[in-house]
Design a protein around this ligand. Structure first.
Ligand code: 3HC
Length: 289
């Protein structure tokens, strides 16, 4: 199977790694709007696999073979994939334009499946007006590790496409959960308001950053507290999802916390910008701000 991943950011490179690690996949096209962005995504994969080699969980030969499957370039290299997974910016017009360009000018395989990794946008709207309807294939960060894939059918997604994507998800070693289209699907509908509530709790002075994260880690057995997880997901992504939930439902329970909006406006996005609720150091340690 050949897979094209569109967008080589955190999610795109993680998704590309998950596919490249699968024996059934021979080639992964990792594409972005600039060659250097695509190459940057491949470097992240090499780094991640390097850590596994260092921990003696993988041989150097196996890591090299996985990296060799990943071909980087602009979208135009993706001429013959069996599956496209779009992980571009969470902007409706960008996603729509991406699929249109791929379907009309680039992909020659008439049976190719087109999937979006959108975290909350409407699959039906992304796919509207396209020759081939799309499906949601929602991975979780870090994509090579997290076991879940939400498989989201839009209004026009054929049943056979859903069945094939469920099969592909299982081949990848993931657990697919079928979800009907709704803002935020299942996980982000529940998780993102939880992170937003953690930010309200902090902004109301109920506890400090570490206190809130420790409380939720030890009180609920969550692997990360809400503020740490917000930084990890990206506070811009958290805000974008809160705004989708609010705008689609007009329900005030999805009101984004003012502090979250302020931090995003200040460029304090979490791990990817080096600062959010914590400050991130070169050696991967962090300290609360
Ligand atoms: N890429 C690849 N592998 C990674 C990785 C990454 N970015 N980060 C960690 N790993 C691997 C490690 O190599 C290690 O593998 P090993 O067990 O084979 O040695 C394993 O994951 C565990 O990592 P660590 O020992 O370094 O650290 P932890 O045990 O603390 O686990 C974690 C790290 C898996 C990130 C864990 O803290 C966790 O599960 N956190 C919560 C993640 C979560 O909730 N994600 C969902 C976010 S919501 C989302 O993505 C949806 C989107 O639409 C917003």
């Amino acid at each position: 199977m050949k897979v094209a991943v569109i967008g080589a950011g955190t999610m795109g490179s993680g998704i590309a790694q998950a596919f490249a690690q699968c024996d059934a996949v021979e080639t992964v096209y990792l594409c972005d709007i600039k060659q250097e962005f695509a190459d940057g995504g491949k470097s992240k994969i090499e780094k991640n696999l390097g850590r596994l080699v260092k921990k003696e969980k993988m041989t150097q030969e196996a890591a090299d073979a996985i990296v060799a499957k990943v071909k980087t370039g602009l979208n135009t290299i993706a001429t013959d994939p069996d599956l496209v997974v779009e992980a571009a910016l969470e902007v409706m017009d960008i996603k729509k334009a991406c699929f249109k360009e791929l379907q009309e000018n680039i992909v020659k395989n008439p049976d190719c499946i087109y999937a979006s990794n959108t975290s909350s946008l409407s699959i039906t709207e992304i796919g509207a007006g396209l020759k081939t309807p799309i499906i949601g294939m929602h991975f979780f960060n870090p994509a090579p590790v997290m076991k879940l894939i939400e498989v989201i059918s839009g209004a026009n997604t054929p049943k056979e496409t859903t069945e094939k994507v469920i099969e592909i998800s299982k081949t990848l070693g993931k657990t697919p959960v079928q979800v009907n289209e709704a803002p935020g699907f299942v996980v982000n509908r529940i998780l993102i308001p939880l992170i937003n509530e953690g930010i309200f709790v902090y902004s109301e002075g109920i506890s400090d950053i570490e206190g809130i994260d420790t409380a939720m880690k030890l009180g609920c057995n969550h692997p990360m507290g809400p503020l740490e997880l917000g930084d990890y997901v990206g506070l811009d992504i958290v805000l974008a999802i809160m705004d989708v939930l609010y705008n689609e439902t007009k329900d005030s329970k999805y009101r984004a916390c003012g502090l979250l909006r302020k931090m995003v406006r200040a460029g304090h996005l979490g791990v990817k910008s080096g600062i959010g609720f914590y400050k991130y150091n070169e050696d991967r340690t962090k300290t609360p701000v």
